[in-house]
Write a protein that binds this ligand. Structure first.
Ligand code: NDP
Ligand code: HSE
Length: 457
């Protein structure tokens, strides 16, 4: 009997009998919580979906490992066989393969699929969309971006009548925790990463988070949805947080900022730019108040104005909540007909390199503390058409005069050093890079200490 017919009958019987067969691929942090909630919320889910959701199998690598909340009899290593006998497939195993092949197999067999796999979607989303379209089934992925936070659905559906201009946010909880600990506890990066690992936020190998790969995948997905344009992962400019020092974080505080790893997707008349990098955010900006492993995303749309989405971007139960929301939607379609949204890439806007993006910058330099140095530095910026918004001079770590906003008087110690903190007006990456190269060449500049973008002002 066809799944929809079985489900309809089941719904008519008050969803008393199992009707829709659910296959779960993965029983780790997220999968075990999906399994638990499928059991503990069984009746509510059946009422909302219009049919009972029966977990028919859970694919894992090692069936001998006990899984909290998962009936051992359901565990299998035969993922291929499992997806062939399901109406709905939930993929929470992660990685590219075998997740992609299994999802394609499930779709070809007529199952609707739900995935939390941002890496796969960012790498090969169009293949999955096309397969789901051909088969007339649903592809849902709310949990792939910002965990529990309803964000994919609002961008894809609620704002379908508006024009999104910008998406700006903290989409990686691990790096937000690390930067927050550096700011609030004075830890250095290594200490904060170790703490994130001890708490289970960061993996043993934290590369995906600290190098910005996870955030870049989420940015690619969000930008594709927001701008109705395919944004391949390799078009996302990516910088992680590994170069952020305790000194950067301390200076951020001294200048009224916090350091955040931001994902920024913008649409201008010239096209779409998508970037992930650490940035200084003013302490007055709502994103500065996003602490710990939380996520928050601003969406700016022409008619709606600014919207902010905030919540838990990771964790087993929060992510499972988003997965189950998708599962109920897909189940409803099996019961009542209809389909969820398909890929929308009609706008096909040009993709711009990050070097074209306009941003303000904060540049910190160690310079000789003698007459004329500030003029030389200002000249280097002017030559590259980078306009200075503010300059602050402070003693270097080795000591010196009190912080002041003007050049030192003549006659000061010729060996003395000063620390310059220059904030620029908006400039392109390319202009700023050329400026920094020119600054580094000046005899009076002993070191370009750091260059950070300033966002959200
Ligand atoms: P885990 O590593 O905790 O769990 C992965 C599960 O998949 C394990 O049960 C593992 O089996 C199983 N698995 C992996 N490879 C295979 C394979 N080849 N065949 C069969 N089973 C396999 O991952 P998470 O639960 O943390 O993440 C799952 C997905 O959810 C990822 O795509 C992740 O990006 C996404 N996600 C995770 C969030 C989180 O907070 N953890 C938040 C948002 C999204 P075994 O246990 O036997 O090794
Ligand atoms: N590792 C991610 C984070 C969660 O720290 O936000 C999964 O996307």
């Amino acid at each position: 009997m066809e799944a929809r017919e079985r489900a309809r009958r089941s719904a008519q019987q008050g969803a008393a009998d199992p009707a829709l067969r659910v296959a779960l691929l993965g029983a780790g942090v997220v999968g075990s919580q999906v399994a638990r909630l499928l059991t503990s919320q069984r009746d509510d889910l059946a009422a909302r979906a219009g049919a009972a959701l029966e977990l028919v199998g859970v694919a894992v690598r090692d069936v001998s490992v006990p899984r909290d909340g998962v009936d051992p009899a359901l565990l299998t290593t035969d993922a291929e066989g499992l997806v062939e006998r399901a109406d709905l497939v939930v993929e929470v195993m992660g990685g590219i393969e075998p997740a992609r092949s299994l999802l394609l197999r499930a779709i070809a067999a007529g199952a609707s699929v739900v995935t939390a796999n941002k890496a796969l979607l960012a790498e090969d989303g169009p293949t999955l969309y096309a397969a789901a379209d051909d088969a007339g089934v649903d592809l849902y992925f709310e949990a792939a971006v910002a965990g529990a936070i309803p964000l994919v659905r609002p961008v894809r559906e609620s704002l379908a009548g508006d024009r999104i201009r910008r998406v700006l946010g903290v989409v990686n909880g691990t790096t937000n925790y690390v930067l927050d600990q550096m700011a609030t506890e004075g830890l250095d990066l290594d200490q904060a990463v170790k703490q994130a690992q001890a708490l289970g936020y960061a993996e043993a190998d934290p590369t995906a988070d600290v190098e910005g790969f996870d955030a870049a995948a989420k940015a690619a997905i969000l930008a594709s949805l927001a701008f109705h344009t395919r944004v391949p992962l390799e078009q996302v400019h990516r910088e992680g947080i590994t170069a952020v020092t305790a000194d950067d974080v301390a200076w951020a505080a001294r200048t009224g900022h916090v350091v955040k790893l931001l994902a920024i997707a913008e649409s201008t008349d010239a096209g779409v730019s998508v970037r992930v990098h650490p940035a200084l955010v003013p302490t007055s900006h709502p994103l500065a108040g996003v602490h710990g492993a939380f996520n928050a995303v601003f969406v700016e749309a022409e008619a709606a104005g600014e919207l902010m989405f905030y919540g838990r971007g990771a964790g087993g139960a929060p992510t499972a909540s988003a997965v189950l929301g998708d599962l109920v939607s897909a189940a409803r379609h099996r019961v009542l007909g209809g389909r969820g949204p398909v890929e929308s890439s009609y706008a096909d806007l040009p993709l711009l390199p990050a070097s074209a993006a306009l941003t303000r910058y904060q540049v910190r330099l160690d310079v000789a503390d003698r007459p004329g140095v500030l003029a030389q530095v200002a000249h280097a910026l002017a030559e590259h058409e980078v306009s200075i918004e503010a300059v602050r001079q402070a003693p270097t770590a080795s000591g010196g005069a009190a912080s002041r906003a003007v050049a030192p008087a003549s006659g000061t110690d010729p060996l003395a050093l000063a620390h310059l903190v220059i904030t620029t007006h908006e400039a392109t990456d390319a202009a700023l890079a050329a400026t920094v190269a020119a600054l580094a060449e000046l005899d009076s500049v002993t070191r370009v200490v750091s260059v950070l973008r300033v966002e959200g002002a």
